[in-house]
Write a protein that binds this ligand. Sequence first.
Ligand code: PLP
Length: 344
Amino acid sequence: MRIDLRSDTLTQPSPDMRKAMLEAELGDDVYGEDPTVNHLQERVARMLGKEAALFMPSGSMGNCVCLLSQVAPGHEIICEAKSHIINYELASLAVFGGLLPRVIPGVNGRMDPDDIVRAVQPKTYYASQTGLIALENTHNMAGGTVLEPEYMAQIREIAHRYNLPVHLDGARMFNAAAYLGVPVVELARYADSVMFCFSKGLAAPVGSIVAGSAEFITRARVHRKRLGGGMRQVGMLAAAAMVALDTVPPLLPADHEKIQRYAGFLSAYDFIRFDPATVQTNILVFQVNHPQRTAADLGGYLAERGILCHVFGDNIRFVTYRDITFEMVEESLEIIRDIFRHYF
Ligand SMILES: Cc1ncc(COP(=O)(O)O)c(C=O)c1O
């Protein structure tokens, strides 16, 4: 038995999704003629309280297109130090957009609003100018932590003061909304551009989407095509995304419960370190702080017993998702207990 906790991108499409993909009505989306894609885009725009939306092949392309569509080359993007856009997107903002990240170290994925104000460049001709503030909710590498609407409103207010747009990397914003018990529009309302992924906890096989004003989406369509993201009969993927929206959000709290089970178990061991208050959604990041064993050692022992996870530095990340059942959680806890007994 393999229990793969590396990422929620590992979800397999449900039978409903596969059926919807087979039966989807299709057209050429580069001509704007795929009815299933158009329907999905209209639905998401409404759901997020925006004028328009655009389907994307990936979250990385979605983030990149949002930045390129709002910020001119030579400008700065204020973003959090562990954010996905500057750590795991191959410097696309610099390569394709000529943009410079202005990095602020956050606490649990949250930049201090005063630090943001200090990071806004003065309006002098010899300083590169600030072009946008980027937020990530939930924050992946901080351990799936949530930015609540009050915080986002505060950032929005700062952005208004300096006439800057806000971008929300909401790859997992449905997890944030589930944690907060609010609809996703309550998070989207503080951002000018929003990206979320269907291919993570929402369990669709491929696809992300961006949303914003109609004028922003017109520009985003150009940048998507320029990056090679113009897709044709992509309604097959939009159909699966539609089923994801119909069926998966109510299941997300169960994924959060599964991660709580791991957190509760691991908190009993003093060589495992994490702040329980930061375990909020479907991600758990913990440090291995042992005199003889490293995080890589633990990752290796787990892999030998069929449990896969993400190891980075002293840290290990577990991610739960629909295909990880409660039985698999209990089984993996037995294996972890056994590994700790033998090697730690
Ligand atoms: C917070 C965040 N943003 C963006 C992405 C990019 O999504 P994709 O893998 O579809 O490019 C990810 C992927 O893990 C992510 O965690």
